[in-house]
Design a protein around this ligand. Structure first.
Ligand code: MRU
Length: 356
């Protein structure tokens, strides 16, 4: 699959025309405002990731790749050793912005590996290699999303209803998306599917982003509150659940947006197949189980005050606001990756996939 510059530039994260900045479609402003951020400073890039202006595991990884290149360009030193030290410190700082999605540290590490792989090269020779790697991370994601879309589409039939949680579409990735990939591909090829999008409390990625992307593409999408998933399943309207993932552990447990594990439990109850869809860059073989995944905790105001004209709870009320939960692999029908559909036993089959 040939990827053009236009393909890259149309993604929610890309390199600026002058190739000195990371450009981000600010997802905190959607669906009412389409605004782009052009970022060059490390503090601004960190803040864009932390505040979810750029979000979704693969998009964060793409952003990190470009960020490392843009920051490398700004280093004034000619000393390879100093360059390397500064770039490593930048990478560490960026990784600390959000802990759960493995794609962030994976992309930073890929960029640092370019430097480590070429001990003979001086700083000016490393710069084009870093640019090449950042572009490769992005282009690979476009290809991976397309393969995931094809594999995922093979799991459903015309007229099926699909329930999804959070946003794992083009905004969170590149081009097709992961969990929404089969749905966009179905639309492109004229296969009718119906989608139920959980609104996804507290940050409403399902309402603000998923229903927006699907509606704009002409997909039959119905927005529901998170607590309506059960009735929609009981009504017989859902034939499969497709969700994204932020980190897949070696045994198949996976972290995704808070509420995902509840959807998986409901799907099991109603006998509905439940799939997570993600690229190989989201599989972390160094993480043995879901218990080893660090879950990001976010500010209580996201529950109490955000989106409301007045606070919806007393200021002194305690809040628990984990951004993700872990779905046990026993609830998963299969993992749809860019290299194929992985069925249980996940520990053995994931190892085979990653070794292959
Ligand atoms: O907090 P977010 O919005 O970054 O969480 C995103 C998710 O949980 C997505 O489902 C996941 O990253 C997969 S995106 C292709």
């Amino acid at each position: 699959m040939k990827i053009t510059k236009e393909d890259r530039m149309s993604c929610s994260v890309h390199l600026s025309e002058d190739e000195k900045a990371v450009v981000i479609l600010d997802q905190t402003r959607l669906p009412n405002h389409t605004e782009y951020l052009t970022l060059t400073k490390i503090g601004d890039i960190y803040e864009a990731i932390r505040s979810l202006a750029v979000r979704g595991a693969p998009a964060i990884g793409i952003c990190a790749g470009y960020a490392m290149y843009v920051l490398a360009l700004q280093k004034s030193t000619e000393s390879r050793e100093e360059f390397c030290r500064h770039l490593e410190a930048d990478g560490e700082y960026l990784i600390s912005s959000r802990p759960t999605a493995v794609n962030l540290s994976w992309a930073v590490q890929r960029m640092l590996d370019v430097v480590h792989r070429h001990p003979e090269k001086n700083v000016s020779d490393l710069i084009p290699l870093l640019k090449e790697e950042a572009l490769a991370i992005h282009e690979e994601d476009i290809r991976m999303c397309r393969s995931i879309a094809e594999y995922g589409l093979s799991l459903v039939k015309p007229g099926d209803g699909i329930l999804t949680h959070c946003n794992a579409g083009p905004l969170a990735t590149s081009k097709y998306g992961t969990a929404l990939g089969p749905i966009f591909l179905a639309r492109e090829t004229g296969i009718p599917l119906r989608v139920f999008a959980d609104e996804t409390r507290p940050l409403l990625q399902g309402a603000r982003l998923t229903s927006y992307e699907l509606q704009k593409a002409g997909v039959d999408v119905t927005l529901i509150c998170d607590n309506m998933a059960s009735i929609v399943m009981k009504n017989g309207w859902v034939q499969a659940c497709f969700v994204g993932c932020d980190r897949i552990a070696a045994n198949g447990d996976f972290a995704n947006k808070i509420g995902t594990s509840g959807v998986a439990i409901l799907a099991k109850h109603y006998g509905i197949p439940f799939y997570t869809l993600g690229p190989r860059s989201t599989i972390d073989m160094n993480c043995p189980t879901g218990d080893d995944i660090r879950i990001e905790q976010r500010h209580p105001d996201e529950i109490k005050t955000m989106w409301y004209s007045e606070p919806m709870a007393l200021p002194e009320v305690k809040c628990y606001n984990p951004a993700f939960d872990v779905t046990d692999h026993s609830l998963l029908t299969a993992i749809v990756t860019d290299a194929g559909i992985i069925y249980p036993p996940f520990d053995i089959n994931l190892r085979k996939l990653m070794q292959g």
